[in-house]
Design a protein around this ligand. Sequence first.
Ligand code: LLP
Length: 425
Amino acid sequence: MTSNTALPGQPHIAYAGDQLHVEGAALSQLAREHGTPLFVYSKAAMLAALAAYQRGFAGRQAQICYAMKANSSLAILQVFAEAGCGFDIVSGGELARVLAAGGDPAKVIFSGVGKTRAEMKQALQVGIGCFNVESEAELDVLSEVAMGLGKQAPVSLRVNPNVDPKTHPYISTGLKGNKFGIAHEEALRAYRHAASLPGLKVVGIDCHIGSQITDSTPYLDAMDRVLDLVAEVESAGIPIHHIDFGGGLGINYNGDTPPEADALWAQLLTKLDARGYGQRQLMIEPGRSLVGNAGVCLTEVLYLKPGEQKNFCIVDAAMNDLPRPAMYQAFHQIVPVTPRPGDGVVYDVVGPVCESGDWIGHDRQMQVAAGDVLAVLSAGAYCMSMASNYNTRGRAAEILVDGTKAHLIRQRESAFDTFALEQLV
Ligand code: LLP
């Protein structure tokens, strides 16, 4: 890397004077000050990713609901709440986080196949915007819970458009064999049922076909399927106020070339206009594309371990901090924070957890020495929010960079924190 080189697809993460920076903050300095593993996020990168969606929706009635499962740290939620976003939540815990971060409950939509009665009650009491319901059985329970509170629950039905998003099987959600959504063929019946229940008020329709989608075709196909249903449901006398197209837009991990959010939405809006739905209230639920490339995870090289078949670079971050490689064979680029001259050696980058599945990168050519700090890229989404305490490892600290200011937004968990709720008998 030469000096002042931004990393591909990540303009806010750049080498300057041979030091990797997130905005104006040198990462080697942050690692020294706060230790590793350490997540570092760029506020400007998040706002730039959001701005691409906002440009795409200019002149439309649209609500962006950040799918906070991607990264639910309070200060990250605060950034999006202050920028006018709503939130797509999947648990009562996520709702509590939204409220703690100052988010507007009226802009919250509640997704997920298994909402409990307690979660429904909590959400109704704070007045969330909409429940995205995934089964007829859930409609019945929600109506009952709402009536018990003397309320009507605003509902949208998540329909399953049976479109292949062409992504990893664990993160495709809109195919017939998935547990998600209501089958296209059953949707009208489910809408009639919803409209007949006294505790519900039908307000919308939604779909979500998968994650890390890098092509616009599955979106266009899903939109056609959803609009067909809107026509069918409305001609049965049930008005659909909003249309929610879910999230799923991919990011560049390893030369991936997803469309930019504004370009994707230009295409989708053309179709929406052509079919006469362009002036409807629109909603989307992006997660990864808002935060994924805004964050890195810093990790220190502990040991280099040459082997007969493989060389191992053992680092202090592990599958409990960065679960995506172990879970989905996902690729994250790994770069030095302070590059050294030389061609390097090919390593498997692995963590200290006692599992062969604990790897962060396979076959990476790197010039490194023990004590060096590496940055695992594209670590803003589905890393910290999926982190665990496996092997009694405290979860990492997190920093939010805003210009030259680096805010500690989460302290490192101590071993004591990891067992603070336990007791001896
Ligand atoms: N809406 C719903 C209903 C969802 O299920 C999801 C993600 C989203 C929105 C946001 O999708 P995004 O824009 O982030 O693709 N842990 C996996 C990803 C799981 C995604 C689950 N649902 C990973 O690390 O790749």
